[in-house]
Design a protein around this ligand. Structure first.
Ligand code: PGA
Length: 273
């Protein structure tokens, strides 16, 4: 599989990541305006070790790529999904090599909205994750429980099973290149994030489960990045990132406004340096 991201793994560094998932919002003209304004707000500011990414709709990616490059905006390019096959008769789909060719660094796989509306299974999510790794990019694998599962005390069990089926058979070195986002479904778009201590407990569980099944798991545990996602704002990012096992955030709604997204990135850098 590809090699991008090895620098983080080899140095055992968990570089904090603030990823903006735009979902089906912003056309390519709006996208250029948003990333340009984010760039202006980050210009001259100290982001410390924090890395930021944006995940626009497919139709925006080329325009966002050239804007980020032309204006040297310190934000990585991401995508929201890809097909599991590299090419072929799959009308309407976009492959991992197509994204890699555009300079995409991170691809979200298994977001709960795709699991719910497109019927994506754990098995399919695992295949997509492997396609992303095969082409030298880094997957952001989303896992999380529903409100009913949480109320039934099944959070750990649900997350373990999602992780095991997506990561089964990968080496520790490959697992360490996967970014895992804990996104409780009840927190997404609700305005009510998980408490930071709950996010911490689940993030620690994710690190243990994800790395335990890899033969070289110890190296993985020190390098694997775990994000929290679900109603993240500039007001709560500090609390979340001060937790030892939370290595970043996946932001939906608040990433669509340049001011709030830049504030979240800068807020993260104030906490983690
Ligand atoms: P939200 O979405 O920040 O709007 O809650 C998060 C996500 O779905 O990734």
């Amino acid at each position: 599989m590809g090699t991008a991201g090895h620098e983080e793994v080899l140095q055992g560094v968990r570089r904090p990541l603030v990823a903006g998932n735009w979902k089906m919002n912003l056309d390519h003209l709006e996208a250029v305006r948003v990333v340009s304004e984010v760039g202006l707000r980050l210009h001259g500011e100290d982001m410390g070790s924090v890395e930021a990414s944006v995940h626009p709709p497919f139709t925006d990616i080329r325009s966002v790529q050239t804007t980020l490059e032309d204006r040297t905006i310190p934000v990585a390019l991401g995508a929201q999904d890809c097909h599991q096959e590299d090419r072929g008769a799959f009308t309407g789909e976009v492959s991992a090599p197509m994204l890699a060719r555009l300079g995409v660094r991170y691809v979200i796989v298994g977001h709960s909205e795709r699991r719910r509306y497109q019927g994506e299974t754990d098995e399919l999510v695992g295949l997509k994750l492997r396609a992303v790794l095969r082409h030298g990019m880094m997957p952001i694998l989303c896992v999380g429980e529903t409100a009913a599962q949480r109320d039934a005390g099944a959070t750990s069990e649900v997350i373990s099973s999602q992780l095991k089926s997506a990561l089964d058979g990968l080496s520790g070195q490959h697992v360490a290149r996967v970014v895992i986002a804990y996104e409780p479904l009840w927190a997404i778009g609700s305005g009510t994030p998980a408490g930071s201590e709950d996010a911490q407990a689940v993030a620690r569980h994710i690190r243990q489960i994800a790395c335990a099944q890899a033969p070289d798991g110890t190296e993985c545990a020190g390098a694997l990045r775990v994000l929290y996602g679900g109603s993240v704002t500039a007001g709560n990012v500090g609390d979340l990132l001060s937790q030892p096992d939370v290595d970043g955030v996946l932001v939906g709604g608040a990433s669509l406004e340049p001011a709030s997204f830049a504030e979240i990135i800068l807020g993260a850098s104030r906490v983690v340096g």
